[in-house]
Design a protein around this ligand. Sequence first.
Ligand SMILES: [Cu+2]
Length: 67
Amino acid sequence: MQKTLTIPTITCNHCLMSIKRELGFVDGVDYVDGNVGAKTVLVTYTDDAALDQARAMLAEAGYAPTN
Ligand SMILES: [Cu+2]
């Protein structure tokens, strides 16, 4: 499954690196691809629980998704 998350606090590539690192700790998240200009992150995941966990992890890291 895939979901594009909008994250307004993304400002640069360093943000994307932090996000990728954080999501690397989430079981069931297989791949993360980010777009700084669009302030979005495309997450590839195995089930809804993984996406919920990814959202929680992002919020904790200061990168709360708006969707
Ligand atoms: Cu940044």
